[in-house]
Design a protein around this ligand. Structure first.
Ligand code: S3P
Length: 433
């Protein structure tokens, strides 16, 4: 948990220019950390996420009996338990990380032990029934406190499940697959929108057989996992802040090396292209099932146009919506977001915070239960931003601040470290002032 509350002043920029190689993807790092604890052998990971969230997953892996070593070169080695996760004498601390808590619920469901999962104040407000329901149907005993953490799990013998996720959620899908791996029979998850598929790809990388169709994923229980060696691709959701920043300044030129380009994560590139930005992708390679490549972004000379994001697009862009909304005033025709009610149950109520902070910067914005209308053609001014302790809000408004008139003060700027501790340093590196 991050204790110190810091404010950060972001001054306007003239341009965004440079080359970045970003720390590893948060979603992939979580999955590799958790599966390595279950696997047999030593998993070696390079470019693991530097965010506090993934440190929570590693901390839980260690509490479950895996031996976690951070090497001097930044690499991480995890000696797995070979399927024998250990009891933990203390509650498993998931910090701010919903991914850790939800995926662990699936991972622990088959153990003969009882665990308690706890988190910080924000995580303790987030809905956990979505994961309790399917995993308890498989045979684990799970109790919540009014639908929230602490989560108590008494593992047991699991039977396979055929489950349709009521709300698109990669965390829930992955939790069910992690439990399915340890259940008797074949577990299938159906989803109406294809959410990020890192869980499926990670399970395959660790040696499990996973079947996929257009809208479902199946896994047979009883498959052992074997340790892997992997370089985690750069985090495209962290790149999103810089991609959006670069898209605002004509004359910008930003290149990302070794960026994760999994198609279930790269929708932002399509949206930015639709808004008029020029995006180039080079050197595409596949590693452990994940696509990695070089991405170059240049802004259009006459500004970004505008768009509507709704339906499946909203689910696929869920982590990128705050920054898209934050740059929307600078577009010509604005950005309209719908079908994004899930934003209200993230690390904060991201719809309310985005609307309030845009207003603080002088923008007109209309808030809906499931989205926002942000008209274009608006010049923002510097203001005091309330991040609500939410990393993506702090970073989204740091981007909006680059094109504002006057300085912006980001309250709770330290929250960026939840996913991206290097954010401000890299911003200063690429922002010309
Ligand atoms: C994630 C899935 C998404 C996303 C989160 C990471 C994952 O959450 O918002 O940042 O790694 O599976 P939901 O599963 O709640 O949609």
């Amino acid at each position: 948990m991050l204790e110190t509350k810091t404010e950060r002043i972001v001054t306007p920029a003239r341009n965004i220019i440079g080359t970045l190689r970003l720390p590893g993807d948060k979603s992939i790092s979580h999955r590799y950390a958790l599966l390595s604890a279950l696997a047999a052998g030593t998993t070696k990971l390079a470019n693991f996420s530097t965010g506090a969230d993934c440190a929570s997953s590693l901390g839980c892996a260690a509490a479950l009996g895996a031996t976690v070593t951070r090497r001097d070169d930044g690499g991480i080695e995890i000696v797995g338990t070979g399927g024998a996760l250990q009891p933990s004498g203390t509650p498993l601390d998931c910090g701010n990380s919903g991914s850790t808590m939800r995926m662990l619920t699936g991972l622990l469901a088959a153990t003969p032990h009882t665990y308690t999962l706890i988190g910080d104040a924000s995580l303790s407000r987030r809905p956990m029934e979505r994961v309790r329901k399917p995993i308890s149907q498989m045979g684990a005993e799970i109790t919540l406190t009014e639908g929230h953490a602490p989560v108590t799990i008494r593992g047991g013998k699991l039977t396979a499940l055929d489950y349709t996720t009521p709300v698109p959620s990669a965390q829930v899908k992955t939790a069910v697959l992690f439990a399915g791996l340890q259940a008797e029979g074949t577990t299938t998850v159906h989803e109406s929108v294809r959410t990020r598929d890192h869980g499926e790809l990670a399970l395959r990388a660790f040696g499990a057989h996973v079947d996929r169709s257009t809208d479902s994923v199946s896994i047979a229980g009883g498959q052992p996992l074997t340790a892997i060696e992997a370089v985690v691709p750069g985090d495209i959701s962290s790149a999103a802040f810089f991609l959006c920043a670069a898209a605002l300044f004509s004359g910008s030129n930003l290149v990302f090396d070794a960026l994760g380009l999994n198609p279930t994560r790269a929708t932002l590139l399509d949206v930015l292209t639709a808004l008029g930005a020029h995006i180039g992708v080079l050197n595409l390679e596949e590693k452990n099932g994940e696509l990695v490549g070089t991405v170059q972004v240049n802004a259009p000379s006459n500004g970004l146009t505008g768009t509507t994001i709704s339906g499946a697009l909203s689910a696929q862009l869920i982590d990128e919506l705050p920054v898209l909304a934050a740059i929307a005033p600078y577009t010509q025709n604005g950005i309209r977001i719908r079908d994004a009610k899930e934003l209200r149950v993230k690390e904060s109520d991201r719809i309310a915070l985005v609307a309030n902070n845009l207003r603080a910067m002088g923008a007109q914005v209309e808030e809906f239960e499931d989205g926002l209308d942000v008209p274009g053609g608006q010049q923002l001014h510097g203001a005091e931003i309330n991040s609500g302790g939410d990393h993506r809000i702090a970073m989204a408004f740091s981007v909006a601040a680059l094109k504002a008139t006057g300085d912006t003060v980001i309250q709770g700027a330290e929250s960026a470290a939840i996913s991206f501790p290097e954010f401000y340093e890299l911003l200063d590196q690429v922002a010309e002032r």
